[in-house]
Write a protein that binds this ligand. Sequence first.
Ligand SMILES: [Mg+2]
Length: 298
Amino acid sequence: MDSIPVNLQDLKPEGFKEFLDSFDHVFSDCDGVIWTKGPLAGVGKFFSLMKKHGKTVNFVSNNSLRSKENYEDRFREAEIENGFDYLTIPSIAIAEYLKSVNFNKKVYSMSCTETNNVLKSYGIEFKEGPDVGADYYEDYLQYMKDDPEIGAVVMDCDFKVNLPKINKATTYLGRPDVHFLCGATDRHVYYAPGAKTLAPGVFTELVAEEANRRPVVLGKPGKAFGEFAMKRAGVTNPSRVLFIGDMIEQDVGLGRATGFKTLLVLTNTTKETMLAHKTIRPDFYAESLCSIVPLLEK
Ligand SMILES: [Mg+2]
């Protein structure tokens, strides 16, 4: 079990200075930390003060659903300059990964439109679908035919996930040289207290189990994703990174996997839930980014 997380608010000035001196780079999650429906209070101030203290600021999100324009608008509303230029998301990590292995076949994509757009922008060809399956099991053999053109299976947010697609992905992954990449591994997305839906992680796990393969996780909390974010930011020492997030599994989990220091903001989690977590605890916690602003101004 990790040690007891430190409440930044409880630190004396010298303790807070020690905290500030313990990292050079801030990597921050977006949804639930910087904005919910709209920007959260004080976030622009928080990041500009961090920069004033000599820290580099980067952003890491599991959300590949937003377009570049939507991200740019959100960063602007949050008063964060050029935020998108410093953002790492799974779709970009997946495209960069394929580029790095000189990928020259086609992707079978079980993803959202925006992820497919990113693949396209990298010149990576992909196949997808079908969105509707056959009515009888005997007609499913057509989805179990291998396609030699496919050299990678990519799984992220696919709102039209279905049996034909799962059969296709599993079939292609039967060839050991077919890359298996995924973005977000979240098993659920929460709409409101008590209202949740299944999320991509459930379907990725299903395909992984059926194909007896493990995906390269290019989303939080995958170590490969954390290392990719570091590479993009030109950071070599993970222990000099402070990762800020609102989710224990994804954000603190990524920090643990990659070797970052972690700060949990309690915008979506209570202190009790944080302390009750069986395996992962953050190094630090705070109510919100806004609550840290007065400490940075001292
Ligand atoms: Mg979040």
